[in-house]
Design a protein around this ligand. Structure first.
Ligand code: PXP
Length: 265
């Protein structure tokens, strides 16, 4: 059985801090607690608008983390130069739009082919392995390989939205996903299709020599679906862990997710 790496995304701790522009909660405390509770990796996103993680957070986390740091970033030149300097254990290239609430959709590896190839080369020159956050399609796997990435992170946002519209109260809330307000049988079919696409993309990626991670919208209720896909060896999870930690504390929230994402040999 293959091991599963749990990457805990602690951006949301910085979201809370930046909401009041104070020094509380302390991101380094989040780092220590998450690692102590079983996080195998820390994931952070240095956004161009610095809406949560700041440059100093990245430096401090790199200096203090006892587990590898996966630094998500866009292909913006200024950001890439910072990442190349900081030398995280891995860089994950993600698309970024200022107006979005979070990373909505995978990197467009077809329209920005040359920019992404250049970014990968720059990061490789600084000896940083690169993962691409892409939609789960066979074409995106092939293109990621061709561009020189060693890893892909499959965007599970569509799967997670479908899962929540079918199995939770999301559809009755203010945050309902309008285009997924569909009869239950249709949602069910679409969910099956979305899972199959993730499975097929993961199988193909592994076959062509890419490591496979997945992330976005994964939570305590839907993560078991990813555990059934053996080619996926890493999950990056943030929002659901930090949301649960408000009620149960970060340590218990990470421990519970670690339990759900452990493959027993
Ligand atoms: N992976 C990537 C590449 C992301 O951009 C994000 C969101 O920042 C995540 C994983 C974590 O997503 P979530 O916060 O929905 O668990």
């Amino acid at each position: 059985m293959v091991k599963m790496t749990l990457g805990v995304n602690i951006d949301h701790v910085a979201v809370l801090r930046e909401a009041r522009r104070v020094n509380d909660p302390d991101i380094l405390q989040a780092l220590y607690v998450a690692c102590e509770a079983g996080a195998d990796q820390i994931t952070i996103h240095l956004r161009e608008d610095r809406r949560h993680i700041q440059d100093s957070d990245v430096t401090n986390i790199m200096a203090h983390s006892k587990v590898p740091v996966n630094l998500e970033c866009s292909i913006n030149t200024e950001i890439l130069n910072i990442v190349a300097d900081i030398k995280p254990h891995r860089a994950t290239l993600v698309p970024e739009k200022r107006e979005e609430v979070t990373t909505e959709g995978g990197l467009d590896v077809f329209s920005y082919e040359e920019e992404i190839r250049f970014a990968i080369e720059q990061l490789h020159d600084s000896i940083i392995p690169v993962s691409l956050f892409v939609d789960p399609t066979i074409e995106a796997m092939d293109k990621s390989k061709e561009l020189g990435a060693e890893m892909v992170e499959l965007h599970t946002g569509h799967f997670s939205n479908l899962w929540a519209m079918l199995n939770s109260n999301l559809g009755h809330s203010n945050h309902s996903v309008k285009e997924l307000e569909l009869p239950r049988y249709e949602l069910s079919e679409k969910l099956e299709e979305a899972l199959l696409k993730i499975q097929e993309a993961a199988t193909h990626a592994k076959k062509i020599g890419l490591e496979v991670a997945a992330g976005h919208g994964l939570n305590y209720h839907n993560v078991h679906e990813m555990m059934n896909i053996n080619e996926i060896t890493e999950l990056n999870i943030g929002q659901s862990i930090i949301a649960r930690s408000v009620f149960s504390g970060l340590s218990d929230a990470v421990k519970e997710m670690k339990k759900l994402t452990t493959r027993h040999v």
